[in-house]
Write a protein that binds this ligand. Structure first.
Ligand SMILES: Cc1cc2nc3c(=O)[nH]c(=O)nc-3n(C[C@H](O)[C@H](O)[C@H](O)COP(=O)(O)OP(=O)(O)OC[C@H]3O[C@@H](n4cnc5c(N)ncnc54)[C@H](O)[C@@H]3O)c2cc1C
Length: 473
């Protein structure tokens, strides 16, 4: 495809970051927008808010990890306006999401529900399609393009984007929003009694759930909670056998909204020379908030709001030290879906769900089951025999990026931060290629600023796109 006159802008990706780039585009009549992704017509959904498979028990099982108004107040209002559509789809489902949401609905707080993620995808697609219709009405050509980008090269005033198919696109500017890295792989995680991930492997896992096998989940994060929901969609709670194994061995705290909504308002002193000194003060701020009765939702949302207004550089003088902070905040401020975590606590108390502490290092398969090797923090090893293993470990050493991010890193268009282990982009999300911006949840450094809170949060991603768009390319 070659430029035909007018400015040609390319968005790579179809998740919420790509949608945020779309929202901030300034194109006029005669210009062209190309959206390149495996599923460009679902722009706004991406990996997290994908449409489920019709007819499966687990459709609509996966929930947003925070209350609807935390992810986007406009989505919370959409839920209110579309409540009949939502209740119709959620009727007679197991787990009974409507019953879990009932107390909030009765309190007039639909904004506080943990909505099924697919509904957020529905909302996002509605928004992006409206925006695209608006661009078309202004005379901008909008072209969805199915494919995966592998490289971007600068060629005079143009950029040449190569696709996995070998096709090339000549464009003038590009926003790259390819999502985060893959699950880290663990030896033996793709065998007769294991799956390397939850998403895309549901049918295979479901066979074992239905046979009554114990399901062993590697990791204690959001995908682990989704795996429990998958199990619950097939079996009643009293028939479940589920193990989650994570280095901290703890059920994450639930993010519970209260009325009236409240945000913790931390304060920090300036001039910290080390990460340790700043984190000591942050730990005290979190402990103080808890002692005053603040819930994790309030602390997490409060810290997020605070650091969007006050960059870490205001408090930590050494940027290299600042880079040590996001991983710790990620751990301290972790939290998850209220509905699933409350169920999980009950199931732990009944002995049907077991939390194990340690890191899985290997999975062996016998004729009928899997044997999981687990290492504790002192290096001690144990083994656990189980029915089926699901790898929900999340990103880690050995995780892979999509082909374009991998290529941009190899060519020095993007960089890795050796301390925070995330990606570094320039001011206003610029890359080393002219007129190419990049943002993904894996970014930890933007220009001179270290992100205090990881960008694995829709609101943060949108905010940084918005800020970058105030600066021209
Ligand atoms: C399962 C899951 C649940 C989550 N739940 C929540 C939640 O409840 N609340 C919350 O705030 N956050 C949640 N998150 C965090 C989530 O990462 C962000 O909220 C957000 O969805 C990230 O959006 P994104 O557009 O940056 O990436 P993605 O949604 O991953 O989208 C990336 C897009 O780029 C495409 N792509 C990738 N590489 C290429 C390429 N080379 N060429 C072309 N296209 C490419 C992909 O196909 C995809 O369309 C969740 C994440 C996951 C994975």
């Amino acid at each position: 495809m070659t430029a035909q006159g007018g400015h040609i802008h390319l968005i790579i990706g179809a998740g919420i970051t790509a949608a945020a780039f779309l929202d901030r585009l300034h194109l006029t009549a005669g210009d062209t927008l190309i959206v390149l992704a495996p599923d460009p017509l679902s722009l706004g959904r991406g990996a997290a808010y994908a449409a489920g498979q019709p007819g499966t028990p687990w459709r609509y099982s996966y929930l947003l990890n925070s209350p609807a108004d935390d992810i986007d107040p406009a989505f919370a209002e959409w839920l209110v306006q579309n409540w009949d559509y939502v209740t119709e789809r959620m009727a007679d489902r197991t787990p009974n999401w409507l019953a879990a949401a009932q107390s909030l609905v009765e309190a007039g707080d639909v904004y506080g529900v943990n909505a099924p993620r697919e509904f957020y995808g529905d909302f996002m697609v509605e928004q992006t399609q409206e925006r695209i219709a608006g661009l078309r009405a202004q005379g901008v050509s909008v072209l969805p393009k199915v494919g995966i980008a592998t490289t971007i090269a600068s060629d005079g005033d143009d950029l040449v984007v190569t696709l996995q198919s070998g096709e090339t696109l000549d464009v003038h500017s590009v926003d790259v929003a390819p999502g985060g890295p893959s699950n880290l792989r663990i030896h033996g995680d793709d065998g007769p009694y294991s799956a390397p991930a939850l998403f895309g492997y549901e049918e295979r896992i479901a066979e074992h759930i239905q046979n009554g096998a114990e399901i062993f989940c590697i990791g204690g994060n959001a995908a682990m909670l989704d795996t429990l929901r998958l199990c619950q969609s097939y079996l009643p709670n009293d028939a479940l056998r589920f193990v989650a194994c994570a280095p901290d061995g703890e059920v994450p705290p639930p993010l519970i909204p209260r009325l009236p909504r409240k945000l913790t308002r931390p304060t920090f002193s300036t001039g910290h020379e080390t990460a340790e000194s700043f984190l000591t003060e942050a730990a005290a701020a979190i402990a103080k908030a808890k002692s005053e009765g603040d819930e994790m939702r309030e602390i997490r949302a409060g810290f997020r709001a605070f650091f969007l207004e006050h960059p870490l550089s205001e408090f930590v003088t050494n940027p290299e030290e600042a880079k040590r902070i996001p991983a710790t905040f990620r751990f301290w401020l972790r939290g998850g879906t209220r509905d699933t975590i409350l169920d999980m606590r009950t199931l732990v108390a009944k002995g049907q769900v077991q939390m194990m502490t340690g890191s899985v290092t290997n999975i062996r398969h016998s004729a009928t089951s899997a044997l999981v090797e687990i290492q504790d923090s002192t290096g001690g090893k144990t083994e656990h025999s189980t029915g089926f293993v699901v790898n929900c470990a999340g990103a880690g050493p050995g995780s892979e990026f999509d082909p374009l991010t991998t290529n941009m890193l190899a060519n020095g268009h993007l960089h890795r931060c050796p301390i925070s282990k995330g990606l570094k982009v320039g001011t206003a999300l610029k890359t080393a290629l002219p007129n190419v911006r990049f943002l993904s949840p894996a970014v930890t450094v933007i220009g001179d600023e270290v992100m205090a809170m990881p960008l694995y949060d829709a609101h943060m991603l949108r905010t940084y796109v918005e800020r970058s768009s105030c600066v021209s390319l």
